[in-house]
Write a new protein. Sequence first.
Length: 345
Amino acid sequence: MSVRLTELSHGGGCGCKIAPSVLREILAQSPSMAGFKDLLVGTESSDDAAVYRLNDSQAIVATTDFFMPIVDDAFDFGRIAATNALSDIYAMGGKPLFALAIVGMPVNKLPTETIRQILAGGEAVCQAAGIPIAGGHSIDAPEPIYGLVGIGVVHPDKIKRNDQAQAGDSLILAKPLGIGVFADAMKKGRLDQAGYAQMLSSTTQLNTPGIVLANLPDVHAMTDVTGFGLLGHLLEITRGSRLGASVRFADLPVHPLALELAKEGFSPGASERNWASYGHEVGLPAEIAEWQRKMLCDPQTSGGLLVACHPGAIPSVLDEMSRQGFAKARVIGQLQQGSGVKVTL
């Protein structure tokens, strides 16, 4: 039985996320975590993972991430989902310790071997990260869902929150944009092998520089760019840090083939949902093209680290990223007094 995984789900990858404005409304009445003194990071700042202090030198980093297939190859889907889940550990400056698998599969529609290949993809990524998948939970679900609970460790003094950026900080983006564009093109039968290779290479690259960047005191804030797009996750930094930001579109790293596809009009529906959620906080130049606006909101699956650091730390950050295989990392803008994000061309 041959089944296309993407045909079994209504969405794929981090494009499945609930729109940011809807999520904020859902969480608005959640109880305060202020009474838990050792909970160093909770839900208050829309950060990447929860962090709980064990003692003066150790804190547990915990996160969960899962989604529906963004590709049809079962092994590749597992790899992408697992890489994406572990990214939240790295984005906090943490080192992964182990993972638990989250598995929901339509067992009456998918062969057992296909499901096995999805899990094998996740296991391969965790092996590359040097951690075990120590358990998990599975259910019979109407759509295929796979992801991980990630557990890591970080020194309490080296946590990289998303709300500690400082005015004057430079913004560095580690991976090129365009994953949502690739996914839309693939869904419509337009993505060729070269485009798929770019997509897969990016989405299965572990954001390991986060571990080293945690040791740099001039790195003030960090997050990863996923389903809310570059603007959405940058706005989480600006809101939490009570700052504004400026971004130069010409400086953004973008996958070359995704750039071509974006100009042809390929863009997932989640880009518009993202813009509808936070567009009122963004200043755009009058001459910006529609495809450029959508690229700023393009939902990234297993996207790159977004780092806010003192300008003097730029060489150290870029050197570390280059050393670990993120040669396309770029300085894309800066933070300043104010609010929202201003985009220039």
